[in-house]
Design a binder for this molecule. Sequence first.
Ligand SMILES: Nc1ncnc2c1ncn2[C@@H]1O[C@H](COP(=O)(O)OP(=O)(O)O)[C@@H](O)[C@H]1O
Ligand SMILES: [Mg+2]
Length: 285
Amino acid sequence: MKILIVVNAYIKNHSQIRQAERICEELKALGADCEVVRNIHLAEIKEGKVKGKECEKCVFLDKDKAAARLLEKSGVKLFNTAEAIEVCDDKMLTHIALANSGILMPDTVYAPLCYYADADIDMKFLDDVADKLGFPLVGKLCYGSLGSGVTLIKDVAQLKVYENENKLKAHFYQKFVGKGGEDIRVIVVGGKYVCSMKRSNLNDFRSNIELGGKGQKFDADREIIELCEKTASILELDYCGIDVLMDTDGSPYICEVNSNAFFAEAERVCGINIAKKYAELIIAK
Ligand SMILES: Nc1ncnc2c1ncn2[C@@H]1O[C@H](COP(=O)(O)OP(=O)(O)O)[C@@H](O)[C@H]1O
Ligand SMILES: [Mg+2]
């Protein structure tokens, strides 16, 4: 069985390369003919028809929606699907997809799209955001990862500066949940809970490992496991890493869903071969 593992053409991050290699090793160990490729010339439209690279399955570790959609249209089975990758790539779309399903998530207010650099900010909108969410609140870019697009906003003055600086980018505001600098990263494969780690950062409200967060093995309770399995099922994800915020009253809130979550740190602290579990699912499905 020919399986391609797709990474971005301009990949620089060593962790991303290692992630692809690890999945490839495990697929090969299960007998697959597997290769890591960049998202160039994977498929094209010729004479009105999509022609894709020869392969049966593809582990799509990039977020290039054109390449993902074309590959799928050429008949290749993608892990995760193009749709699931797109919905998770845009944090606002993820919250919308999960809403009305009984899943707890921080109260979220989208910011209206703005097309003009010289537009004046609507102060009434910012007052409403402050009234609904209170301070501190969190400003988030819809597209962003490793904590880079997530900002803590402490008062109206900071809110105004943030809105002005980000008005041309898709973004939203969120209620601050928990005590800050802490969340639970939960790995789900094939709709089933695999393991989780608590991430703590003493120097930043963002617990991302890349920003200095430290991971430790965490025993998730039934409530967290059910929440995360339900989340993965609604988003139809084969593999994901879900960020869960624990509210001060102990309730778990979905913060974010990563369709391409790095697993090295979770493998290390939990002592579980996540790449192998994913490879087994890919072969079986
Ligand atoms: N609403 C929130 N309340 C409190 N902390 C938050 C909130 N949203 C995000 N965080 C913190 O910021 C981190 C990064 O946010 P996240 O939405 O996961 O974006 P990224 O894709 O950059 O990881 C989270 O892991 C969490 O520690
Ligand atoms: Mg995150």
